[in-house]
Design a protein around this ligand. Structure first.
Ligand SMILES: Cc1cc2nc3c(=O)[nH]c(=O)nc-3n(C[C@H](O)[C@H](O)[C@H](O)COP(=O)(O)OP(=O)(O)OC[C@H]3O[C@@H](n4cnc5c(N)ncnc54)[C@H](O)[C@@H]3O)c2cc1C
Length: 304
């Protein structure tokens, strides 16, 4: 049975818990707000499926395969402004939805969706869920520098795949490898996209940041943008808190990488989930169809 004795050996993807035929594995949050599997040994039948589903115990080999690179910028200026980088993820998602497909990504959980992250600390929670309409894709836009709760997303992906629909799953490298371990392979109608992932800050740190922001601005904002391009564009990262649930509310707070304590901790590698410090998924050749990242070198290229 799965047993976490070293926290740096678990990414919290919950593939083990979702795979368990006896449903005797629960994901429990520690003081840092990171989830780890806990097995009810009385109910465990020792089938070993949890260990087989674990992406950390079965890391895919970093073996060379042919790769192509694209420089992508979305041609809708609104999408581009809301996205962390060039909006490639939205373009992919739009293509899948246009084919009648469904997209799983990470966004702020709202209303009834909050049960997906029950037990996670803080009042603003990021989790994985699905979207079927292009008008709803803004909920995924912008990178959230806090770990997303995968929750029941893997079995939901599986259910959608069974209907024959095209499914796109977007997540961290560990979440994507976890999905493929959970599924036991990559079905033809599944598209998987990850990104170059600096790290996943622990949720308790984000929860404290939001508490601090609440006290500082005297209002409870509903959205935090970790890179707000509306102020300085792509060249300079600043974090902001917005009034409402959309990406357009009034900016209640806005500080840059040197002055915001959360961004400073993130970029100084002080606040991450333990496994992120020795990420086994940081590979050149990945299980995903596509890996996105910030092409900061773009300014070195000619506009033509
Ligand atoms: C935690 C984190 C760390 C990153 N670190 C780097 C880095 O070091 N270097 C680099 O070049 N790029 C990094 N990126 C990726 C980068 O910020 C952009 O997301 C990427 O370049 C694609 O940009 P985009 O404009 O196409 O989409 P965006 O508008 O950025 O769309 C974001 C997509 O990522 C998903 N997503 C957002 N937050 C999370 C989350 N917490 N967990 C899982 N999925 C999430 C959403 O579902 C959405 O589809 C990081 C992203 C995240 C979330």
């Amino acid at each position: 049975m799965i047993s976490i004795t070293d926290k740096s050996k678990c990414c919290g993807c919950a593939a083990c818990a979702q795979k368990c035929p006896k449903q005797c594995i629960s994901m429990e949050y520690d003081a840092e707000g990171c989830e780890y599997p806990v097995v009810n040994a009385d109910q465990c039948i020792d089938c070993g499926l949890c260990e087989k589903a674990c992406p950390v115990l079965n890391v895919d080999k970093d073996e060379p395969k042919s790769q192509r690179a694209f420089l992508v910028q979305h041609n809708d200026q609104k999408v581009l402004a809301e996205s962390t980088s060039g909006g490639a993820f939205t373009a992919l998602a739009q293509a899948v939805i246009a084919n009648g497909g469904i997209v799983f990504g990470a966004g702020y959980l709202r209303g009834e969706q909050l049960v997906r992250a029950e037990g996670a600390p803080g009042r603003l929670k990021v989790g994985h869920f699905s979207v079927e309409s292009v008008d709803e894709l803004w909920r995924f836009r912008n990178s959230k520098y806090v770990q997303s709760v995968v929750g029941p997303a893997y079995p939901e992906v599986k259910q959608q795949l069974k209907t024959g629909r095209e499914v796109l799953f977007i997540g961290t490298p560990c979440q994507c490898e976890g999905l493929l371990r959970f599924l036991g392979g990559k079905p033809a109608n599944l598209r998987v996209a990850d990104f170059v992932c600096r790290a996943n800050p622990a949720r308790a740190v984000f929860a404290r940041q939001v508490e601090w922001l609440d006290a500082k601005v005297g209002v409870k904002g509903e959205t935090v943008l970790f890179r707000d391009k509306s102020r300085f564009g792509y060249r300079y990262s600043n974090m902001c808190e917005l009034e409402g649930e959309t990406l357009y509310g009034e900016r209640l707070y806005s500080e840059g990488v040197e002055t915001d304590p959360y961004l400073r901790a993130f970029f100084a590698d002080l606040s991450d989930r333990p496994i992120c410090y020795e990420c086994p998924f940081k590979k050149r050749y990945r299980v995903t169809d596509l890996t996105c990242w910030d092409f900061f070198d773009v300014y070195r290229l000619s506009k033509e």
